[in-house]
Design a binder for this molecule. Structure first.
Ligand code: NAI
Length: 445
């Protein structure tokens, strides 16, 4: 039997002790396997704009029990607040009336999502009204209990709230697939490449390549993309060849044994794709390493090896692919950043550099790819339970695990679901974003 804090605190005596002493009591988060339905009903839609009405109809079409008032409900699964037309901070009062009472009634694993305009207005009152939404949603995420998450969709002026990029983001944040994402905002800059013909197998027949796929987060990404219909190519170092072969057999993937830092790695990937007559829909730069040391003790080998695997190899591979004819029309690049890259982390100067660099890379790459119908985005995981984080000393590990609003570590599947979402057609509207999968880790924003 597993004897860790989470197991203990979910037992009857553990619950009793934690309740008396105020120790964190993490909720067992429902994920897609437990809740495959796209929406947790009843759904309360607040907002008086036309877009609020249109989104309510969309939620109804997805099978939601949609209401415009929450007073007569005992429990609420989902609250969607549509704030697209607020022009001054005082405009929020009418829309949010009844929201505190509704927020008190959230079910386990509930969802709160705001849909509002990006704060890029030149009008001070309008911009204040819009910017306020971010502080609001981040606070709801901190106050939410029992695995409820709160996230915001920020839609640029000129993009209709009915565009596929907004609908896709809404569907993802409402699903159990986003269980470990809270307190985050996703900016929608463009329309997206349409909704998939089926949301379930949305990557049907599309070729995707996952690096560092032999274990941990990479293996989960490969399994999840295969579940969603993709033809998966899994890549890892020769030393991980046997685990890679097992995974490839399990999910019907093509294995490639390769060190991504080899100078010709990009060309070899292009050759492999050409040989198999495959055009890539998505590339997932997941392979990554840590070589931690306080900066005063950081030798060049530690610095260089982390930079080479975590960012330099990615740039070289991108260049080779961009110069080839192997990228599909709606190509999606997703790279793994980290909350260490967002906020810094003692002992990880090399790693934090490389992960910040990943965010910079996707920000610059996305507009280049957008010219050919593609995009690039990053995912920044917080503490995820893998072999990498097992190496952290136990007490420090327990502190990291609890340092977020959901009071627990995430699972590889949480990152994998996010990657699959960023590979979707609607994701064409997200340009160079970094989406955190961290349970609203207390570091950074
Ligand atoms: P892991 O150490 O369990 O797996 C990494 C995989 O990458 C391994 O299979 C390894 O063989 C492969 N790899 C390493 N160097 C390679 C190279 N030169 N060429 C090809 N493959 C190579 O790591 P984990 O935890 O699954 O992390 C995956 C990604 O997520 C990494 O980029 C990591 O930095 C990032 N991440 C992980 C977090 C966590 O809490 N586990 C938090 C934040 C980011």
């Amino acid at each position: 039997m597993k004897l860790d804090y989470t197991t203990f605190v979910r037992s009857a005596p553990g619950r009793f002790i934690a309740g008396k002493t105020g120790l964190p009591q993490p909720t067992d988060l429902p994920r897609f396997e437990q809740r495959p339905q796209p929406i947790l009903s009843p759904v309360l839609v607040l907002g008086s704009s036309d877009a609020a009405e249109e989104l309510a109809e969309q939620l109804l079409a997805w099978g939601g029990d949609v209401r415009r008032h929450g007073d007569d409900l005992d429990k609420i699964g989902t609250i969607v607040v549509v704030l697209d037309e607020i022009a001054a901070p005082t405009d929020t009062a009418d829309i949010l009336r009844g929201m505190p009472a509704a927020f008190k009634k959230m079910k386990v694993g509930g969802r709160v999502v705001t849909v509002s305009r990006t704060s890029t207005s030149a009008d001070p009152a309008v911009n204040a009204a819009r910017a306020g939404v971010e502080g609001f949603i981040r606070t709801l995420a901190k106050e939410a209990r029992y695995g409820t998450t709160a996230n915001g969709i920020l839609v640029d002026d000129g993009v209709a709230l009915t565009e596929s990029s907004v609908i896709g983001a809404l569907r993802f944040f409402l699903a159990a697939k986003s269980a470990f994402i809270s307190g985050q905002t996703l900016r929608v800059t463009a329309a997206g490449a349409g909704v998939p013909s089926t949301w379930e197998a949305h990557l049907q027949g599309r070729a995707v390549l996952v690096t560092g796929a032999a274990r941990g987060i990479g293996a989960s990404i490969a399994r999840t993309l295969a579940r969603d219909g993709a033809k998966v190519i899994v890549l890892d170092v020769p030393a991980a060849g046997s685990a890679l072969a097992d995974l490839a057999n399990e999910i019907g993937a093509i294995p490639i044994q390769m060190d991504i830092t080899a100078p010709d790695a990009g060309q070899r990937i292009v050759d492999e794709l050409t040989k198999r007559d495959l055009v890539l829909h998505a590339l997932i730069h997941n392979a990554g390493i840590t070589r931690d040391k306080y900066y005063v003790n950081m030798d060049e080998e530690r610095w260089n090896s982390v930079i080479d695997v975590n960012i330099a190899a990615q740039l070289r591979i991108n260049d080779a692919l961009l110069a080839s004819d192997r990228l599909g029309d709606s190509f999606r690049l997703v790279s793994l950043a980290s909350t260490s890259g967002v906020a810094g982390n003692a002992g990880q100067a090399n790693y934090a550099y490389s992960k910040s660099a990943v965010m910079g890379m996707v920000a610059a790459l996305a507009p280049i790819l957008a010219e050919r119908g593609g995009t690039a985005n990053a995912v920044a995981p917080g503490f995820i339970e893998t072999e990498m984080t097992k190496r952290i000393p136990p007490i420090q590990r327990e502190i990291f695990r609890r340092s977020n609003s959901l009071k627990q570590g995430g699972l590889p599947i949480d990152v994998a679901e996010t990657v699959s979402f960023l590979c979707s057609l609607p994701a064409g509207g997200y340009i160079g974003q970094t989406l955190r999968v961290c349970g609203q880790n207390l570091v950074g924003r």
